[in-house]
Design a protein around this ligand. Sequence first.
Ligand SMILES: [Zn+2]
Length: 310
Amino acid sequence: MSAVRRARLSFLRTADRRHVQVAVVVAVILAVAFSSLLPFAGAPDDNAAATTATRQAIPAKRLVGPTELPVPPATDAQSRAVLAANDRVGPIRHGGGDRRLVALTFDDGPGPYTGRVLAILRRTNTPATFFQVGKNVEADPNPAHATALLQRVAIGDHTYTHRSLAAMDVGGQRDEILSTAATMEAHGERPPRLFRPPYGAFNQDTEALMAQRGMALILWSIDSEDYARPGVERIVGNVVSAATPGAIVLMHDGGGDRSQTVKALPKIIRRLRARGYGLVTVPELLLRDPPRRKDQHVAVAPPGVGQGAG
Ligand SMILES: [Zn+2]
């Protein structure tokens, strides 16, 4: 091999090494740039239904493992009644129907209307149950804290991001439920014993998680349809005309404009009491009027439950 050819080969090898070095540097820059974009790719998107998008949407600091959050012991009569009812009938839609008791429930808060709902409940001495969304508790802890301080108010878990659980894997469901429980506890609330799945949608994994976590899956027997904003009198009529002993009523203090709900609430309370109904929290209902038989399990939203309900 001539000296010229050797020199030429040596130059090419050096050039190759330089190319490799440049390629590595470019690859590292691209990787860093791309990874910095990922949080935006996983940002919350109401239209995103994919499980992967759902899991990315939960802030990493909120993710908790199944062993990181202790299962709260059922030490009081109401907690024991809740668990007994869940064991007996699975997903709970109503009490036993033996006593004239109704449980009003409010979903999707806390939010801008929560304080007004709490003021009405306080003024009328009305017990109620709130199913809170974890990210809303995180964003606006003051109403969450006010709710926790109110007498005869029960608070339940309504997932962290309010996505349907029906098509979500068990890990994603666990994240949604436990992240909310952890957030609620961090804001001074008791560990949630009650859980309501968004849109009333759940599957067997949800029920297994409930059993594992010592929680009860609470649905409803009366939909006020307040989320559709059909007018104050319509909301009042939807609840009062459908009232039965043991009913669980679905209403909303968060998730949108709830001014109609706020106006309807005092009328609902007054008219239900005029018909001889006592208003109670869900745990009180399950203690005083326990469900009697095993309901048929459903893996999808119950009939009549439309988008926006729950
Ligand atoms: Zn909801």
